[in-house]
Write a protein that binds this ligand. Sequence first.
Ligand code: ADP
Length: 496
Amino acid sequence: MKKYLMALDQGTTSSRCIIFDDKGHPLVSAAKEFPQHFPTEGWVEHDAEEIWESQLYAARAALEKSGLSPTLIAGIGITNQRETTIVWERETGKPICPAIVWQCRRTAAVCERLVADGHGEMIRAKTGLAVDPYFSATKLQWILDHTEGARERAKRGELLFGTVDSFLIYRLTGGRVHATDPSNAARTMLYNIHTMEWDAELLSLFDIPREMLPAVRPSSGVFGESDPALLGAPIPIAGVAGDQQAALFGQCCFEAGSVKNTYGTGCFLLMNTGNRAVCSENGLLTTVGWQIGDQTTYVLEGSVFVCGAAIQWLRDGLGLLQSAAESEALAASVKDTGGVYFVPALTGLGTPYWDPYARGTIVGLSRGTTRAHLVRATLEAMALQTVDLLTAMQRDAELPIPALRVDGGASANDLLLQLQSDLSALPILRPACIETTALGAANLAGLAVGVFKDLEEICQNIAVERTFTPALAEEKRQHHLAGWHRAVERALRWAE
Ligand code: ADP
């Protein structure tokens, strides 16, 4: 009888809840935005209390909309903005200071010093991560350094650290469970992804008391039951994964070599590398996808900073478009870009170039260039940046990539996906349910509580809405990629 699953999708700007049935169909959803705080330039904070309240609101609203009794919900899956760092009191559950959000750059100088002091290699080898303010370790260190008495209180066991998943679990269980899963732990820069443990050397480097760290439990498994006062019945919290890993799971990328790309503001490409943690030679991160039982699935991750944001810039910065969706028809009104390339390095370039001094560059303009050509060049750039990530992954993992599964706001654009297929020479699969992040969390939970028997049953539930197949001759494709790389060359090191 208990066959519904509740996914809590705690994002950077809003908290959402989707209730799925046992066929993976979304029944209802609810969302609540919460405030972003920017205390000084480059700093980004959330109020963890506002995260909690908005998430609880969304869960209750979805439940009410569904008309379901909470006793019919078999399990809760949590997926969350990653790396965001929260410290709270064990006794009261109250945060002691603002949450430091993944985007916050306040520890940039600390990270530069770590690299200068020669810690970069050790950190990469153990955590799979590049030293960057993005990850939790330096944020947590900052909180302990800048909050009076915090480190001492943490040593006495009075303060707890967690990423957003951990904080939500703590609150949902009425303070009974302090835990996280390896996909979130792997983003803290304190967790050894090979031994699957908090790492003593890293804890000592960042001066983090071990007493404050959550227990790390498998991503699919019962973490605890929600306090019945919150949702009207005790519900097992049975699945936890960071947002990108949850999307990979939701896309059923269960085989080594399977890849998904999320086209949002930026884009995130993740490849399942099976039980092998592949060390990247091409600027990708190595991280944990999920842990089921004692089996760990690793992934390679690459990100592009500006993807859909380039369309936003055409719309808001240049006024070339009324809406993002209009980009498709306008770009389709010309047969090609007329030789124009746009490298949208508006905030530098990420994988595989890693050049913070790169800047946006448009090349190949002529008298005949129109806004349609420029819009088409922007869609092509979204696809070409993805090709660069795919190439890096293929080189590192030495795995053939059979197809690319896609999601995210801009994956609604058919022309973009056809260009992606042509330029990567891969079939592109767009699922019927584009809520892949929430679906992944629900599926992890469903697997733990027996709504699904195994991964195979989960796969039977997903449907491909449309497949885009390559239709560009290989010679033309290579010519195009060469043009793109010449354009990238001109964008690199510009601001230096
Ligand atoms: P995020 O979760 O990062 O906020 P979304 O997944 O909601 O992003 O996607 C929004 C982004 O996708 C925006 O940057 C927008 O410009 C872009 N976008 C949305 N629809 C389209 C479209 N039809 N064609 C191209 N880009 C689009």
